[in-house]
Design a protein around this ligand. Structure first.
Ligand code: HEC
Length: 295
């Protein structure tokens, strides 16, 4: 038979349900909040990258045609990649953690050489033509960042400058040299739009909210635990103990032990039943003494 007291059972049940609630509740909330934070960051990254694409488009369609024929001086301002990256350098100066780059396999400007991580992304895009974007959270120099990358494919208009050094404007070759940024092929993934935005703050907040939730649950649990323990002690355990002693005393014929007048209704009824039992027991015990009086 299970040799465990009422308060022991209550304690075990309460603690195990609490631990389950804490793990499931806080864990579930953390997963949901984390997912939401990543989704929000992803949406922001998508919008930020669209701005870069818009700057590229604007430069390509409105600025490049105006200056392309000037072959004495080359103006990098007419280059979409230069315009988009310059705009984001300004943005990054105001909002640290935001970066935008257009690293290329064979870059014109050696500052656009891809990092090992960007080489990995480029390889994935080059291996899978259906892949439209790659995104995720990764460790940056200043904490976690959310990265979003899309492939840049060479179009016909790009090859004017990125095909061969003979075909490119002489002023451009004079400025960048005849070796860099050439040999790109039509429709080939030649570079990336690579954006990072800070994610550490959102993720930290998620952890904080989950911790606060765990703290709140713990508080509610402790209060519930003590309230229940107190109620069970005064309504069940103590009256039961008194009952036990009274029944014990009655059975030994020593009598006298008071029956509990308080406690849960069921206990009071047992007390009343034991009281009746005690009275009838006392009467039954007296009867043999009465016998001589009988005719
Ligand atoms: C007028 C010549 C010209 C045209 C047209 C041109 N580019 Fe470039 N591109 C350059 C130059 C010059 C740079 C280097 C700019 C710098 O100093 O950052 C460059 C840089 C880039 C970069 C950054 C990596 C690197 O090579 O340094 C990418 C990506 C790029 N171009 C893609 C394209 C695409 C895609 C097109 C067509 C939509 C295009 N370019 C059209 C001249 C051109």
């Amino acid at each position: 038979m299970l040799n465990i007291s009422t308060s022991g059972i209550v304690r075990t049940v309460l603690i195990s349900s609490f631990v389950t609630a804490l793990v499931a509740g806080t864990g579930g909330a953390y997963v949901m909040l984390h997912h939401r934070a990543v989704q929000q960051t992803a949406a922001e990254a998508g919008r930020m990258l669209s701005i870069a694409t818009a700057v590229r488009g604007y430069t390509d369609q409105q600025i490049t045609p105006m200056l392309r024929n000037d072959d004495k001086v080359f103006h990098p301002e007419t280059v979409p990649a230069f315009a988009a990256q310059s705009v984001y350098r300004g943005m990054a100066a105001m909002h640290p953690g935001y970066t935008y780059r257009e690293p290329a396999m064979k870059p014109t400007n050696l500052e656009d050489l891809p990092t090992p991580f960007e080489v990995e992304l480029l390889d994935k895009f080059r291996a899978d033509a259906q892949l439209k974007e790659l995104a995720g959270v990764r460790q940056g120099a200043k904490g976690n960042v959310y990265y979003l990358a899309r492939p840049i494919r060479a179009q016909e208009s790009c090859l004017v400058c990125h095909d061969t050094s003979q075909r490119a404007p002489a002023a451009m070759v004079a400025k960048y040299g005849p070796f860099n940024g050439f040999g790109w092929r039509l429709n080939e993934v030649v570079a990336l739009q690579s954006l990072t935005i800070p994610a550490a703050e959102e993720l930290r907040q998620t952890g904080e909210i989950a911790l606060m939730l765990a703290g709140g649950l713990l508080l509610v649990f402790v209060a519930t635990y003590f309230a229940l323990a107190l109620a069970i002690e005064s309504l069940v355990v103590r009256p039961l103990h008194a009952l036990e002693q009274a029944a014990e005393a009655a059975s030994l014929g020593t009598g006298g032990a008071p029956l509990p007048a308080s406690g849960a209704r069921e206990i009071r009824s047992i007390a009343a039943a034991i009281e009746r039992l005690r009275i009838s027991l006392a009467k039954a015990m007296k009867r043999p003494g009465d016998a001589p009086g009988r005719p």
